[in-house]
Design a binder for this molecule. Structure first.
Ligand code: UFG
Length: 338
């Protein structure tokens, strides 16, 4: 298939692009590089030993998208592009709504115009309402606590409505839990700009000595050790989930939401201990106050992914810790060499 990947230079996008190329698909990457490094593209070529088209374009630019769709005979779209920092979205809600929603509308308009009917969308477990019982399945009540989450939920709604109006479309809404890990080669991985917001890059940068210590946000939650529990999933498993979803979209029409998680919950301290033991490094930490907006426990019921896509997570905690560390220690400054 010829697959257009928006945000293909990002963390999950880049891992997915390599798998797509390895499986023999042709890809066209559209990324404005606002939160990605151009070096990623070289590494995708290096690891896959394949070439692809790349456009440095913001998907909000309909005219540019129209031209790209006109030039390539695209079979389907995997849509990752969007702003993704929860805290930043609270401070800059208009930027988030504008970029994430306008981008998706522009993309859908180009797809309609060029009769491209398949989309895999990068959604998030953050669309589930706080207070749901765990493990959470796809039928659980929805609702968000920050603008980033709302953009994901609004885009799900938009895509559901597009499918109602165009029943020959196929849309798979992939709700990711907590993506971690990196490509086994250590050549691509997560490269957050500035101080990381998420736990795993924070742990690995602390192990490296780039950050002094980890702040554990709260140890008085109702969990086995008081720290927050999440469903961490290896980025390579997530990438495979997109391949399986794309194959599903060829054979089915309609819209479906699917959780991509392992179904296992680990606490912050479980992760710190595992990272230290597996990689033989020290991760100094202190207990800090709870982070506003965090909940005690989130983990997936991933049975729909198995039933519909034949997908289940294959990587374990050891793989997640090893691969994250391998990437971090061989790229101490991420994609920036200096
Ligand atoms: N945590 C710390 N210290 C840190 C960072 C995180 O203790 O420096 C804790 C958090 O309190 C939480 C756990 O580590 O208990 C995981 O936090 P992350 O920030 O890594 O991830 P979240 O679960 O908060 O959010 C992630 C993604 C969101 C997505 C959400 C879906 O970052 O984009 O999962 O559940 F929306």
């Amino acid at each position: 298939m010829k697959i257009l990947v928006t945000g293909g230079a990002g963390y999950i996008g880049s891992h997915t692009c390599i798998k797509l190329l390895e499986e023999g698909h042709e890809i066209i990457i559209v990324d404005d590089l606002s939160n990605a490094n151009i070096e990623v593209l070289e590494r995708i070529r290096e690891l896959s030993q394949k070439d692809f088209a790349f456009y440095q374009v913001n998907i909000c630019d309909f005219e540019a998208m129209d031209k790209i769709f006109g030039k390539h005979d695209i079979d389907g779209v995997i849509h990752f592009a969007g702003f993704k920092a929860v805290g930043e979205s609270v401070a800059k809600p208009l930027e988030y709504y504008s970029n994430n929603i306008t981008g998706t509308l522009s993309l859908c308009k180009a797809m309609l115009k060029h009769d491209v009917r398949r989309m895999i969308f990068s959604s998030s477990a953050t669309v589930y309402k706080v207070g749901n019982t765990m493990p959470v399945d796809e039928e659980a009540p929805l609702g968000c606590t920050n603008p980033y989450g709302w953009t994901k939920l609004m885009i799900e709604q938009i895509l559901n409505d597009v499918v109602v109006a165009n029943p020959d479309w196929s849309v798979v809404l992939l709700r990711y839990f907590n993506p971690v890990g990196a490509h086994e080669s250590g050549r691509i991985g997560e490269d957050p700009s500035g101080i990381p917001n998420n736990l795993f890059p924070y742990i690995s940068q602390t192990a490296l000595g780039r950050l002094e210590k980890l702040y554990v946000f709260g140890n008085d939650y109702d969990t086995h050790d008081g720290t927050g529990v999440r469903d961490y999933i290896h980025v390579q498993d997530l990438a495979q989930g997109h391949i399986d979803a794309a194959n599903y979209a060829i054979k089915h029409t309609g819209a479906v939401a699917i959780n991509l998680g392992t179904g296992n919950g680990y606490s912050v301290l479980d992760m710190v201990k595992a990272f230290e033991e597996i990689n033989q490094v020290k991760v100094p930490y202190v207990i800090d106050a709870r982070r506003p907006g965090d909940v005690a426990t989130v983990y997936a019921n991933a049975s729909r992914a198995k039933k519909l896509l034949g997908w289940e997570a294959k990587k374990n905690l050891r793989d997640m810790c090893q691969d994250s560390w391998n990437w971090q220690k061989s790229n101490p400054n991420g994609y920036n060499k200096v």
